[in-house]
Design a protein around this ligand. Structure first.
Ligand code: ATP
Ligand code: FE2
Length: 343
């Protein structure tokens, strides 16, 4: 079947065309990202501006995605859109776009959960260092808005640990913005951190904040903002120390979840999973406990519509199409509220 996926939970508007029979084939995966520059324009994501961005780019992303995939609308068997969770403003744009095409061209439609799409695309496409795929991983889902440790148990994707306040990407972005680096800040902090040398720089003793299986970043953010204001440490030291501490916290809880569930596979997902230092730490932890670490190409770590299309196919095959009138957006739906009917 050929499925058109639409992603619009936050800063990314994406449209992808996939072909899925027994194997997943991504025919196109086009995205347009709302960004701000460094300097004065450091406000981050203002919901109405992001939704305006999605409105402005939706038709060109759509056209490009069909062209790249070399398909016509009449070839599409299914439309899948991100229904939950996310910003109401932006979810509404994707859902309206999806419903409009479904209604006018009479194509079946399903709505899917964005967080679970991150996990399922990982099960389909992520590889370990030997090129092998995973079956039943613990997912360290580290993105802007979300930070969760998720694993499958008894019909649901359960959250074994999570951030009690902001997502780790949000933490990195806010810190970077405070330091005048612009948005998104994760990659900018990473570039700075690479300049760290033990000879020329000092590691900051950051407060490590793991509570049971959960983490939080608010206190660390305030602490590092103060260090930045006091000019006691430079930007390289702040970027490096921030990454080392918060990634260690994430790896600690991921390891504990693997031990608790008796699972041997760790999958990284979400935009922050693009970070090579986080990937390195995850690989070391897995190899020390004879586990395996699975990494996706970056285009499937960040928000993307291919994962929405793929999960749409899984949902459609197990429960059939949805009814347009039942497919309201659900900005606050949690991962463990979704019935996993396709496993
Ligand atoms: P979600 O809706 O799943 O919460 P999101 O809307 O935050 O996701 P993603 O694309 O999954 O979007 O993640 C974006 C985050 O990833 C941003 O916070 C960005 O700074 C971070 N990021 C992207 N690349 C890197 C990198 N190389 N290192 C660290 N962080 C990164
Ligand atoms: Fe995401």
């Amino acid at each position: 079947m050929i499925c058109l996926g639409i992603e619009s939970t936050a800063h990314t508007f994406g449209i992808s065309v996939i072909k899925y029979t027994k194997k997943l084939e991504v025919l196109s995966n086009v995205r347009d990202l709302y960004t701000t520059e460094s300097g004065d324009d450091v406000e981050g994501m203002i919901p109405f501006k992001v939704s305006q961005h999605h409105l402005d780019c939706c038709d060109s992303v759509f056209k490009k995605s069909l062209e790249l995939a070399n398909v016509k609308l009449s070839d599409i068997d299914l439309i899948s859109f991100s229904q939950s969770p996310g910003l109401g403003h932006t979810l509404r744009i994707g859902s309206m776009f999806a419903k409009f095409i479904s209604r006018i061209y009479d194509i079946p439609i399903v709505g899917v959960n964005h967080c679970i799409a991150h996990l399922e695309i990982g099960r389909a496409l992520a590889q370990d260092s030997f090129g092998k795929g995973c079956k039943d991983p613990v997912l360290l889902y580290a993105s802007g808005a979300n930070t969760q440790i998720i694993a499958y148990a008894e019909g649901k994707y359960r959250i074994f640990g999570e951030s009690l306040d902001i997502g780790v990407g949000n933490f990195l972005d806010t810190l970077a913005r405070y330091m005048g680096l612009g948005f998104p800040g994760g990659p900018k902090l990473y570039e700075l951190s690479k300049k760290f040398t033990t000879k020329n720089h000092r590691v900051i003793n950051v407060p490590y904040s793991v509570k049971g299986m959960d983490v939080n970043f608010g206190g660390i953010l305030t602490f590092l903002k103060r260090k930045y204001d006091s000019k006691e440490y430079n930007s390289i030291e702040i970027a490096y120390s921030a990454q080392e501490y918060v990634f260690a916290m994430l790896i600690e809880v991921s390891e504990r979840a693997m031990a608790h569930c008796g699972k041997t596979e760790l999958l990284l997902g979400g935009g922050v999973a693009c970070n090579l230092r986080l990937q390195e730490m995850a690989k070391i932890m897995c190899s020390e406990r004879n586990g395996k670490c699975f990494i996706l190409p970056n285009e499937f770590n960040v928000d993307n519509a291919a994962m929405i299309a793929y999960l749409g196919c899984l949902v459609f095959k197990s429960t059939g199409p949805g009814k347009i009138e039942d497919l309201d957006i659900s900005p606050y739906l949690r991962t463990d509220d979704v019935d996993v009917t396709w496993r």
